[in-house]
Design a protein around this ligand. Structure first.
Ligand code: MN
Ligand code: MN
Length: 475
């Protein structure tokens, strides 16, 4: 360009502009993005709980040649670079490994996401009758705004284990012909006191009771006939009794499927993008890894929303123990130092969603450092609260490695920070992996309405995140 001024040239060379993924996309690429997201929506619809998602990931892993670790050990199967192994952690968390050409002690490339999402769980003694209704008592799970969960159709997912050990899987409210459940809200006519309260206090935790019936069991001289009728229906259909609720894990989630959002269908509205969008994109990425240099790991954990606790959460030794097993399998002699080296030399993308800039709430985000919907996979160097408190602040050296990998592979990426300084904050599994010495950075999809019954993501970001994870595995 002959008429390009010196200043314009300088501007082009020195300044950085974050691009929109849709810009310059041709129609054949748009079709690929579209079909990728169709598959993603199906993944969301079949996996609304951590158990359902884990089951689906294991099904897909097996279909793609992954063998269960215990089977490899017990059958003394040969393991070599390219061998694909998965581990099922109590039906709630999964790890997938593609063994690399390099020794595992040189480190692994790990993408770690979580399968649990905010929801409402049933209490262990849930069923009662009041006001000619039968209801379930609940205890919410994770960070929800309680007022979002009332007066909308809800479904019940989970399992009941009977005293004889039989497992009964339950999904009610997803089929068009299924009944749904609902938590009532107060009519505006009588909500003078409620509407005067703070938003966080208008609906209480003990007020999140789910309507499950209103018909009495038809026999005179019985107490709690409406409750009895519900128990009778459950017994006829599933063979369960009231005591069986004590060994049940039943989760209440929004009923219905993931939907396209917007006239241009560029977005997906669904329950549980956080964090199944990172689970799905990292799953799709690792499925395309066949003979990596470094061992590739797809890690899908549970309990992130309540602090990564328990034996299925990231704070457990699940990953460590599994890596120890792999070292035992792949080397002549096991020694603990090898496990420690394998962990310490690893690189991680802590795959979780970030808070996208929302024009309805511009005041809580720094416009210059917030991630935007449609601007690609988001890297978050640090999270934390009140001055990066509790954050894994990724090293600049590692950040530049990831930046180079993304740039060399035409990944459209952006930097993001969770909200304005001192506005609030949060964190994910990054710091738990970093304690082994691993290099870790948060990397995922920007989300609108995070933790709401329906969250929103951009199809372009979903696709770009998958491409980013794949490039990371291949690096
Ligand atoms: Mn998350
Ligand atoms: Mn979350």
């Amino acid at each position: 360009m002959a008429d390009e001024t010196k200043g314009k040239k300088l501007q082009k060379n020195l300044t950085h502009k974050w691009e929109n993924v849709w810009k310059d996309m041709d129609s054949s690429e748009e079709k690929i993005v579209e079909s990728f997201n169709e598959e993603y929506k199906e993944f969301l619809d079949v996996g609304k709980t951590e158990r359902e998602s884990a089951e689906e990931i294991i099904r897909i892993a097996k279909e793609n040649g992954y063998i269960e670790l215990n089977e490899v050990i017990n059958k003394n199967m040969e393991v070599k670079p390219g061998t694909k192994i998965y581990v099922n952690n109590k039906n709630k968390a999964v790890a997938m490994f593609v063994l690399g050409k390099e020794d595992i002690t040189k480190g692994m490339n790990i993408v770690g996401s979580h399968l649990d999402a905010p929801r409402i769980d049933l209490k262990q003694n849930p069923l009662y009758e009041d006001g000619e209704l039968s209801l379930f008592k609940t205890h919410y799970y994770g960070g929800i705004k309680k007022y979002q969960w009332v007066s909308q159709p809800l479904a019940l997912h989970g399992l009941v284990i009977k005293s004889n050990g039989d497992k009964v899987n339950i999904v009610i409210g997803e089929d068009e012909n299924d009944p749904v459940f609902m938590i009532t809200d107060l009519l505006p006519h009588l909500a003078k006191d409620q509407m005067g309260k703070k938003m966080g206090e208008g609906i209480t935790g003990e007020g999140l009771n789910l309507i499950v019936g209103s018909k009495p069991y038809n026999e005179d001289d019985l107490s709690d006939k409406i409750k009895l009728n519900v128990l009778n229906i459950l017994n006829e259909k599933y063979g369960i009794k009231e005591e069986d609720f004590t060994s049940a894990e039943l989760e209440v989630v929004p009923a219905g499927k993931a939907r396209d959002l917007g006239l241009d269908r560029s977005l997906v509205a669904a329950y549980g993008h956080d964090d199944r969008v990172c689970a799905f994109t990292s799953l799709k990425a690792i499925l395309e890894i066949d003979n990596p240099n470094r061992t590739s790991v797809g890690l899908f954990v549970d309990k992130e929303e309540i602090g990564s606790v328990g034996n299925t959460g990231m704070q457990s030794r699940f990953l460590e123990n599994t890596v120890a097993e792999l070292i035992d399998l792949t080397s002549d002699s096991y020694s603990e130092i090898k496990t420690r080296r394998a962990l310490a030399n690893s690189r991680v993308l802590s795959a979780d969603v970030s808070a996208a800039f929302d024009p309805n709430y511009p005041n809580v985000l720094d416009k210059r450092n917030a991630p935007y919907v449609g601007k690609g996979v988001t890297l978050v160097k640090y999270t934390g609260v009140r001055g990066k408190g509790g954050s894994n602040d990724a090293n600049a050296e590692y950040m530049t490695d990831i930046r180079r990998i993304f740039n060399e592979n035409d990944i459209i990426w952006q930097m993001g920070e969770l909200g304005k300084v001192d506005q609030g904050g949060g964190g994910t599994i990054a710091y738990m992996l970093a304690k082994y010495g691993m290099e870790v950075i948060d990397c995922g999809v920007p989300v609108l309405s995070m933790h709401a019954p329906y969250e929103v993501v951009s199809k372009a970001d979903v696709f770009m995140t998958y491409k980013g994870y794949k490039a990371f595995y291949q690096a």
